[in-house]
Ligand binder design. Structure first.
Ligand code: BV8
Length: 247
């Protein structure tokens, strides 16, 4: 059901919840002025679809284009700060006995806001790895090459994110699936719910008869299947939800 006010029944369930899982997507960082994944294609990249750039094939065929796109996004992230939506989830973690935060985002904003133990399904744009050796690389020679080269094997460097067609970190996905299958309340916040397997976590929660909640200004295709679909920006809804639930 679509709601713009906060349903009292949800407040009650959240107040007494023992296990809560929150899945976030790019929308929760939109109010930190980071374009959402599907809005991040402006300027040089406007003519591409994100699925066309966030793939190993795209990187192999045009490494500079893909590397520069991530460098541009990195600069946006470095100038961004957590917003009230991120901060509200830090408060939620304090109130809920067993709280699991799972994110598809690669921008570190949940950790910077103060959430502990964030499960990053799709990696993190602040880390760089060797495309050949798959090892994390922390320093390299800036000789104007884009992408820069690995100091140990000379191969191209790439962002430490999960591209389409690449497997998610198995341990992280297993922790997220386990928590989703055991939770009382599952939130899906700021995600278009079209990327898998992240978008399948809510069904693990449903199988466990959890209360399921979407927070998004635009109801997603999953909205009709959920217990609640709260229509609005996370930066407004989440602080109000924390305030009404725990005062
Ligand atoms: C894989 C890289 C095994 C980093 C990303 C079923 C099972 C398994 C795989 C598949 C499957 N079906 C299809 C697949 C393949 C594929 C897939 O899902 N394709 C889609 C397009 C159909 N999945 C994969 O390839 C995954 N790999 O499963 O490995 C495998 C191996 C080989 C072959 C097959 C399978 C890998 C998926 C990860 C891909 N990498 N990112 C980066 O560059 O960021 S995913 C990318 O999309 C981002 O990480 C992003 O986080 C993610 C999801 O997007 P959203 O976060 O939802 O962002 P979006 O812009 O779409 O939406 C924003 C939402 O926010 C909107 O709804 C908007 O209304 C809302 N919003 C806006 N403002 C606000 C707001 N909400 C709240 N408040 C606001 N203020």
């Amino acid at each position: 059901m679509n709601e713009t006010t906060l349903p009292q029944s949800l407040i009650e369930k959240l107040r007494f919840a023992n296990r809560v899982v929150v899945l976030t997507g790019a929308g929760i960082s939109a109010e930190s002025r980071i374009p959402t994944f599907r809005d991040a294609l402006t300027g040089l990249w406007a003519k591409y679809k994100p699925e066309e750039l966030a793939t190993p094939e795209a990187f192999i065929s045009n490494p500079k284009l893909v590397w520069d796109w991530y460098q541009w996004r990195c600069s946006l992230v470095s100038h961004a700060s957590p917003n009230p939506g991120h901060n509200a989830l830090v408060q939620m973690e304090k109130h809920v006995p067993h709280f699991t935060l799972v994110t598809q985002n690669v921008d570190s904003l949940h950790a910077r806001a103060g959430n502990n133990h964030v499960l990053e399904l799709h990696g993190n744009i602040s880390r760089t790895r060797c495309f050949q050796e798959n090892t994390i690389v922390t320093s390299w020679k800036e000789d104007g090459q884009s992408p820069p080269r690995c100091p140990s094997c000379g191969g191209m460097l790439r962002p430490d994110v999960v591209w389409f067609g690449e497997s998610l970190p198995q341990d992280v996905l297993e922790q997220a699936a386990k928590a989703s299958a055991a939770c009382d309340v599952f939130f899906s916040i700021g995600t278009s719910a079209v990327v898998f397997p992240a978008a399948s976590l809510v069904y693990e929660a449903m199988r466990n008869r959890a209360v399921t909640v979407e927070i998004n200004p635009t109801p997603t295709a999953q909205a009709g299947e959920l217990s609640y679909a709260l229509q609005g920006p996370a930066g407004e809804i989440l602080p109000a939800l924390i305030e009404e639930t725990w005062g």
